[in-house]
Design a protein around this ligand. Sequence first.
Ligand code: ZN
Length: 244
Amino acid sequence: MIATSLWKQLKNLVDCDKKTTMLAEEIKDLGKLIQQDLQALEQQAKTYAAQKTLLLDKQKAIHAAELQVNTLKDKEQHKRKQLETAKDQKIYKGLEKEIHSCNTERNELEERLMQWWHDIEILKSATETAKQTHEDQTQRLENDITHKKTTLASCEAALQESVATRINVIKDVPAEWLTRYERMRHSVNDPIVSTVHGSCSACYYAVPFQDLSKLKQGELTICRNCYRFLYYDDQAGQNASTAA
Ligand SMILES: [Zn+2]
């Protein structure tokens, strides 16, 4: 009777360990995915900030150029007034030259400003698009992170539960079987298998008669070929016979 429950206990242990491993992997993957989302969020913010800087720099440049145009206008006006009262031919020529130079510089600046005003409209529109993209993607990433964190929290809770279950499951498993199991679980995925038609269901090695009769009494044996734990499941045996 105790032996019968042993294979069931071990099977529970296998299930429990598989679940724990699966949960641990899921937690690891979720952690990575959250990290990727956070990096994407950071990148997104940087891209938008760079676009805003482009716009701001252009606005500053325009403002500076506009001020310069006004300064040149004032200077030109001042020189023209001086010109009206100039008595000396040399001074007159000099002022004319200065006015011409102011005028040329102002024209160049105004030409540049025309281009910049055109540029800034394009930049404003691009920044508006970038803002929309930034807001949409930020929202999407933040939702994604929240969702993943919720999943992560439930995985972590399930993992804790699984660890607690294991303590309960191994409580009645004899130490020698536990040691054997610990050795086996890292080499195969299915350390405990049933016998089907008198053979190991994993490697199909025929179970010797004396082992088979022990199995039928509910004992646990070890496959002499693949070293997996073998058990005999009455119900499964019947099902297999019916299927065959
Ligand atoms: Zn086997």
